[in-house]
Write a protein that binds this ligand. Structure first.
Ligand code: S3P
Length: 432
């Protein structure tokens, strides 16, 4: 693991920056393209390590995947696995999305399919997807304590009505993908909305899927469908853009423009929280070809920040950005409280623990809660050494702390930013 050194910013961050293609959309576009019949083309595909893991997994399963510059072409064969009766072992590397989404696909295959990955991924909970897939009729085994590898032994799937005990777009997506192969209708209830990329892309590809919002939540219904190929320009990653937004909000005098960013409302939770904290962000919709996924330009300027509260209902809309909220809170006047975010403990690391430890090392005033944290600000952050716990989101959060600290911040495992945001340091350098 390497130590990265981030020096304090000597002046405002200014200028333009482009972030890589959205990771969540890229994963889904590639998987759905492999389930379609015909040639799909996906431009602006994310260069993140996690999305490379999805492409490699699909190729290992026999999909015809080609790279033409930044465009990925997938010649889909209706989602049939190669070697139907043999045993397949698929390496999902460090990507939870790859493993959970592919679970929904592997559930209906004949023969044995094993989904495995790096030690970091092997610690993550998988019963949340295994359970509903078993209810649908799939043979699924997990390791003791519900961890990967996941072993699928096939089965005839039937539709179920399912409410996930955790608000998770990955779990929802796994069930919807299995629903494409199940007899009858599969219904997913979401009391709290999560990112809706799977639904948007499935509708664009002609799946028989409907989304019905109501007072009690959202009902998504899907039934057996074949998919037509997808032609998609992936917008810039909303979570990577959030990192740059946070940087501009933190460094005095900054004025930064981000073009071509995903404007999907289910991903803009950090924007809403930042505005509530007094942040200055202008959002302009980009007019372009009709796409299932909207794109916006963001202009972010530094402004004095005040504390806020983030509630459980809001958490899925910024689940990956909550470490950034913790850092922003150290520079905001008053208290910031995040609750209802126990899911952070089972991400690439225990992000509550990792964040609290890192912010305390930096001199932050932080209280750890079982399902969140409270930060009292503002505090002058000192030079420090912060441990990313090999987690890309924590690594980027601590790197931003370096921009506003009184001295350099050393971040262990800064190389893991590649999991989601290749070019992160170059992007910051361009703005400095
Ligand atoms: C993701 C959903 C979120 C998020 C993860 C990506 C997705 O996980 O934390 O980084 O692409 O669906 P959960 O759905 O498990 O909350």
């Amino acid at each position: 693991m390497t130590l990265g050194l981030i020096e304090p910013a000597s002046g405002p961050l200014t200028g333009y920056c482009r972030v890589p293609g959205d990771k969540a959309i890229s994963h889904r576009a590639a998987i759905l393209a492999a389930l379609a019949t015909g040639v799909s083309s996906i431009s602006g595909f994310s260069s993140a390590g996690d999305c490379r893991a999805t492409l490699a997994a699909l190729a290992a399963l026999g999909a015809d995947v080609r790279h033409l510059g930044g465009t990925v072409q997938v010649n889909g064969r209706g989602g049939e696995a190669a070697g139907a009766s043999t045993s397949r072992v698929v390496d999902c590397h460090r990507s939870g999305t790859t493993m959970r989404l592919l679970s929904g696909v592997a559930a209906s295959w004949q023969g044995v399919t094993v989904l495995t990955g790096d030690p970091q991924l092997l610690r993550r909970p998988m019963e949340r997807v295994a359970n509903p897939l078993r209810q649908m009729g799939a043979g699924v085994e997990t390791e003791p304590a519900g961890r990967p590898p996941l072993r699928f032994t096939g089965g005839r799937l039937s539709g179920i009505s399912f409410t996930s005990p955790v608000a998770s777009a990955q779990v929802k997506s796994a069930v919807l993908l299995a629903g494409l192969r199940a007899s009858g209708t599969t219904v997913v209830w979401e009391p709290i909305p999560t990112r809706d990329h799977t639904e948007r892309l499935l509708i664009a590809m002609g799946a028989s899927l409907s989304v019905v919002p109501s007072e009690e939540g959202t009902q998504i219904r899907v039934s057996r469908s074949s998919l037509r190929p997808l032609h998609l320009a992936v917008p810039g990653d909303a979570s990577s853009a959030a990192v740059i937004m946070a940087a501009a909000a933190l460094v005095p005098g900054s004025d930064v423009v981000l073009q071509g960013v995903s404007g999907n409302p289910s991903r803009l939770g950090l924007l809403q929280v930042l505005l509530r904290m007094g942040g200055s962000v202008e959002v302009s919709p980009e007019i372009g070809l009709e796409s299932p996924e909207p794109t916006v330009t963001l202009r972010v300027r530094h402004a004095p920040l005040r504390g806020t509260s983030v509630s459980a209902a809001e958490v899925p809309l910024l689940v990956d950005e909550l470490p950034l909220v913790g850092l922003l809170a150290t520079q905001a006047e008053g208290a910031t409280e995040v609750r209802g975010a126990a899911e952070l403990r089972v991400k690439e690391s225990d992000r509550i623990r990792g964040l609290v430890d890192g912010l305390r090392a930096l001199g932050g005033d932080v209280e750890e809660l079982p399902d969140g944290f409270v930060v009292e600000g503002p505090r002058r952050l000192g030079p420090a050494r912060c441990d990313s716990l090999t987690d890309h989101r924590l690594a980027m959060t601590f790197a931003l702390a370096g921009l506003v600290a009184a001295g350099p911040v050393e971040v262990s495992g800064l190389e893991f930013v590649e999991d989601s945001f290749p070019g992160f340091l170059e992007c910051l350098d361009r703005l400095r």
